[in-house]
Design a protein around this ligand. Sequence first.
Ligand code: ATP
Ligand code: MG
Length: 663
Amino acid sequence: MSETLENLSSETRQFPPPEALAADANVKADAYEAANADRLAFWAEQADRLTWAKKWDQVLDWSNPPFAKWFIGGELNIAYNCVDRHVEAGQGEKVAIHWEGEPGDTRTITYAELLTLVSQAANTLTDLGITAGDRVAIYMPMIPEAAVAMLACARVGATHSVVFGGFSVDALSTRIKDADAKLVITADGGYRRGKPSALKPTVDEAVAQCPSIENVLVVRRTGQDVAWTDKDKWWHETVEQASPEHKAQPFDSEHPLFILYTSGTTGKPKGILHTTGGYLTQASYTQWAVFDLKPETDVYWCTADIGWVTGHSYIVYGPLSNGATQVMYEGTPDTPGRDRFWQIVDKYKVSILYTAPTLIRTMMKWGDDIPAGYDLSSLRILGSVGEPINPEAWMWYRENIGRERTPIVDTWWQTETGSMMISPLPGVTATKPGSAMTPLPGISADVVDDTAQSVPNGGGGFLVLRDPWPSMLRTIWGDDKRFIDTYWSRFGAGAESSSAGASSDWIYFAGDGAKKDEDGALWLLGRVDDVMLISGHNISTTEVESALVSHPSVAESAVVGATDPTTGQAIVAFVIPRGNVDTEGEAGEKLNVDLRNHVAKTLGPIAKPRQIMLVPELPKTRSGKIMRRLLKDVAENRSLGDVTTLQDSAVMDLISKGMGGSK
Ligand code: ATP
Ligand code: MG
């Protein structure tokens, strides 16, 4: 991307917060004022929401940028903050987790029971020789033991590295090796799509290549046959037999909490390192502020997997540090039927739902009548994360799930940011469909041009973060240079061309494009690597995709800029039609012409796709994000780049074949 991003779309719909919700909201407009007046004092106040064994002496140390330290001198135990303190406060009988297995089995775990489990697991980790600073790989299905394992690591100061339980031997072993882990915590398998899906064989193969692993702790979930080695220990023969007494010892605020690899949407995943005090402060505050969480009455459900950062911050650390009651679901949204999510919302009276655009678009594709059959009146806040949400998907979510009552919080953040950064506040912000709106209190996000100048309202460019924030990544594990090169070298003091050097001049480059609308609201426009250069104009993939999704025949789309002899690049769009749309023969050809014209009419002729491919599926990461770089490889007839994080490789074969046929 050379200059700034074109701003092609405009949105006039706006939804103020419901009055009753606004009146009773945890966070009101004055939070922004307080944070603007004194950012560090604001974060210090949020850190006070946690229980510290030793109070910090200094809020932020930014004397060695871009290596930040937060709450210096402070000591705390994360598991104590997520579990013990609620029990000590008389909340032991309160439900922490309503767990729903895919086959329909359930477990209800109170905070007191969670304390027992975490304490037992912590004792077992110690018995297995795990001490503070050791790394532990966690490769688990979505069962309560996954959260218990993470909390037990945090409790003894071990650094966990959760690897999504669908990744291959290769993905698992490279992550184990990169972190030099000593222990793997896993299960025999988990239920997915109506049947047991084995995990242990993948671990066996990976461990065979990883001499650093001394022990493998195995939860019995499915009861399927497993091979057994001397390193293997059953969870029920160790953890469940261990003493339930464990005293949590405090750790330094900057003690490493976890390593987590990014989703791999743009290339080889990066091992992001997060630490203790700052991370928990921001995860905990944003959980409470952005979801207006009322721990006494809300039932919260985040549909992410714990293998992603969303599962770390908003299934484990955010909700539990706030003493929330939450739902945790093991399986897929269409097992046994496509109504599973709405059944769960209805059954547990979920009041806050946090999910991803990919799921919302899938639900759109499946049809409005499915959620219409359920009582969703318990819902009061809806959240979205993971990708830009197309305005029409946002409206669908609002109308069909929120029943036009509930605010939607579109939360922008990354594995690297650790917790939410840009989002509406449900009791304050008048939201616009498709916009993440404004930086949260205490966060300074901006959109800049290629010389790091802030773009005016109405302009587009690069999303950056100007000031350090508590839950920021501390480095890329074992690779400080890649940390600096990836995030700090494009703009500001870290850039080679820069003559500045003051610590305040360091600017974090998020890798995403964004624009400011006429009111200054922020719109995320996808990865800057994906931006298309069409006849000298920088056009974002998001705007063209959203224009396509606004056509009633389209459920989902991905666009890429492919090399073109006349325009430099030309737009090639991959489109998934909605379920009921006829795409055969002439109907398909007509739809193709209609869609191209629809984009030209919505955004202007410059954005008209050269070619539209109707496809049954799109290539996505395991976390459900569209991998445009692979589509670009196809559109430009190249062999595919890194596919290790691809969900389903058959999709690429289908698309490549279709592409060949249409040329
Ligand atoms: P990699 O960095 O390996 O390519 P990734 O960026 O997909 O993987 P994550 O950290 O899981 O890994 O995703 C963060 C990215 O997701 C953001 O940089 C942004 O592109 C996108 N994203 C997340 N939430 C939103 C949102 N609300 N609106 C727009 N984009 C979002
Ligand atoms: Mg990324």
